[in-house]
Design a protein around this ligand. Structure first.
Ligand SMILES: [Zn+2]
Ligand SMILES: [Zn+2]
Length: 373
């Protein structure tokens, strides 16, 4: 089915040029490849939006499209962009200098017809609490489209080389006159390369790229938080003709722990104790993040959910400044099953309690008295 360019940009048919521009800008930012590395769907939307904007932002094309649909565009330069590079070249101005676009396309360094920056890649890494506590090196397997070693990236069959494009005579761009303006656009035959391949390389089929598995080692710093995205500069796919390679983005996922909960750099651990232990005080064994077991002294008379902090047993600060604490939170359990002897002792205890009211209870009764007086 034919795409409706207005629908693609989410504007209605009477939208002004300014509204169309705004709608495109919003979509381009949202589906920008730098914000969605490796997301094919976002890439498609991004390209479609550019295609729609290419038509609707051009008064002549817009008029033809409005009148005859896509058929009306025949004979004009075909909409559709083979790469992000072309999109940037076409509409970069509406984003302004120094935007995230510049960043994605290598700050202009790798830009230009001759050398396109390599694609950025994304991976996910799962680590556990212990690895967060100590930091860890992870090895991941990645398939990247590397420069084909048979043709050394030229895409031409062994013994041949790419030839100068006859259509643009090697310039990589063609000029088109439109009213007062002369538009320069990428050559449709060579896609701006200035050269075409007559006899493609057998290994890579002329693309100059070949998928290759690589093992990449990633150093994950201690104290890293769940959901952090690490950027490995230059670990994406190689750029064209010496342009800079893309980056590799690694999303770090921390597996939830059965007994620890992270609170900033502190780690909370709930430890059940009996109500007798809470009343009398005790020493309990508590595990730490690194797997050691330490003895923690619980003071006499500790209240339910009260916390005993153990200094320096939390997560290290990800920037290397200090460490959080282990927060031992006691959960004083009220017994539900007792032996008859235990119950007898407890009843005796309760008798004595009547005569010797606890401080909090005393406070409570006094407040209550004030309310009813
Ligand atoms: Zn090749
Ligand atoms: Zn050409």
């Amino acid at each position: 089915m034919e795409e409706d360019f207005y629908q693609v940009l989410g504007v209605d048919r009477n939208a002004s040029g300014e509204d169309i521009k705004k709608a495109y800008r919003k979509m381009a930012m949202k589906y920008h490849p730098d914000r969605n590395p490796g997301n094919k769907e976002a890439e498609q939307i991004f390209k479609k939006a550019a295609e729609a904007y290419g038509v609707l932002s051009d008064p002549d094309k817009k008029r033809r499209y409005d009148q005859y649909g896509v058929d009306g565009l025949r004979g004009t330069e075909a909409p559709g962009y083979s790469s992000f590079e072309d999109i940037f070249d076409a509409f970069g101005d509406i984003f302004g200098g120094g935007s995230i676009f510049e960043d994605f396309f290598g700050g202009g360094k790798g830009r230009g017809r001759a050398g396109r920056r390599g694609a950025s890649l994304k991976c996910d890494i799962e680590i556990d609490f212990k690895e967060v506590a100590t930091g860890v090196e992870k090895k991941i397997e990645l398939t990247r489209r590397e420069v084909c070693d048979t043709c050394r990236g030229t895409g031409a069959r062994e013994g041949t080389s790419p030839v100068t494009c006859p259509y643009c005579k090697g310039r990589g761009e063609v000029q088109q006159s439109q009213g007062f303006f002369t538009l320069r656009t990428a050559c449709p035959k060579c896609h701006g390369n200035g050269k075409i391949i007559e006899s493609p390389c057998a290994k890579c089929g002329g693309s100059g790229r070949y998928p290759k598995k690589s093992i990449i080692s990633i150093q994950i710093p201690a104290g890293i938080e769940d959901g952090t995205r690490l950027r490995l500069t230059g670990q994406g796919e190689p750029g064209e003709s010496g342009a800079s390679p893309g980056d590799l983005y690694c999303d770090i996922h921390v597996t939830p722990h059965p007994i620890f909960k992270r609170q900033e750099n502190d780690v909370l651990c709930e430890v059940p104790i009996t109500f007798a232990q809470a009343a009398l005080g005790c020493t309990i064994d508590v595990p730490t993040l690194t797997g050691r077991v330490i003895q923690v002294k619980i003071p006499k008379g500790i209240q339910n959910t009260e916390v005993v902090p153990i200094r320096g047993e939390g997560f290290p600060n990800v920037h290397g400044y200090g460490k959080g604490n282990l927060l031992v939170q006691v959960i004083a359990e009220v017994p539900t099953k007792m032996t008859s002897r235990q119950e007898e002792l407890l009843r005796e205890f309760a008798e004595l309690e009547k005569k010797n009211v606890s401080p909090r209870q005393k406070n409570f009764f006094e407040k209550m008295k004030n309310i009813f007086e």
